[in-house]
Design a protein around this ligand. Structure first.
Ligand SMILES: [Zn+2]
Length: 263
């Protein structure tokens, strides 16, 4: 099946969730089309142009068949998404150093401006090259290269295939609380992931004291209440579950979470 994109790369050098387009489109169709169409690209390689499908029930962004060749030669979206069984196998035989590198690359590529730290133009051509891509790719048992399921944490359809482990990423406000039953030691930590703008909780990542110890230094930087929640780039891999007010997820290993403070 063809990839449907839930985010797009825009000419100002940033990725945006597709809602940014639809919100404008619902207010002013002509303006949305003028501003974005012809100026939006694959969020990973930033080369293949995206086409907007505007059916009443079926709104989505895609790369049309005739544009498939415009993806970077190493872009994961040239390939198929790994299925549930293939994904489970990958995480079962996990090389934790490898996954950590993947998460860091995902965070840098999908969430940050390319040219944030150096001169415009020059860096872009280099960064667009090979070594920046491929961090979602895995080789299946059938020796086929497929890409790991992943999703922007702001995506509208978090419930689709929710039982499949994914790499989630976003720019969010974070804080950390402890669960301490009376007279006992800390039983668990909960990393609260909030929408950066509305401060509404998106998900809750449960961290055992054992896992916490491996990343104490990083987690201790986090504020301990919602009022003082701070902005971070976050990227983690896990299985989300729907909970009463938001989503929840258990962190299996300290290397499945990376954070970077936004100054
Ligand atoms: Zn691409």
């Amino acid at each position: 099946m063809k990839s449907k994109f839930e985010e797009f790369y825009y000419e100002d050098d940033k990725n945006y969730p597709v809602d940014v387009y639809w919100n404008l489109y619902d207010k002013n169709q002509a303006e949305a089309i003028r501003k974005y169409e012809g100026h939006i690209f694959c969020p990973l390689c930033r080369l293949a142009p995206l086409t907007v499908a505007k059916g009443n029930e079926r709104r989505y962004f895609k790369v049309v068949e005739s544009d498939m060749d415009k993806h970077d030669i190493d872009c994961s979206y040239r390939r198929k998404k790994a299925g549930k069984r293939e994904t489970e196998k990958f995480y079962k035989d996990l090389d934790t150093t490898d996954i950590r590198n993947r998460l860091v690359s995902c965070m840098n590529r999908m969430l940050k401006k390319l040219n944030s730290s150096s001169s415009v133009g020059k860096v872009r051509t280099i960064e667009r090259g090979k070594k920046a891509l491929g961090f979602f790719d895995i080789e299946t048992e059938g020796k086929e290269i497929k890409y790991l399921p992943h999703k922007n944490i702001y995506a509208k359809d978090l419930e689709t295939d929710i039982d499949i482990q994914k790499i989630y990423y976003g720019k969010c406000s974070l804080y950390l609380i402890q669960y301490v039953p009376e007279g006992e030691e800390v039983k668990a930590y909960y990393l609260k992931v909030l929408n950066q703008e509305t401060k509404k909780q998106i998900c809750d990542i449960a961290i055992s004291p054992f896992v916490y110890n491996y990343m104490k230094e990083q987690l201790d930087m986090l504020p301990d209440n919602k009022m003082t929640a701070k902005d971070f780039y976050i990227c983690f891999s896990g299985v989300l579950e729907k909970s009463r007010y938001s989503y929840k997820c258990k962190l299996r290993d300290s290397r499945l979470l990376v954070l970077e403070k936004i100054d």
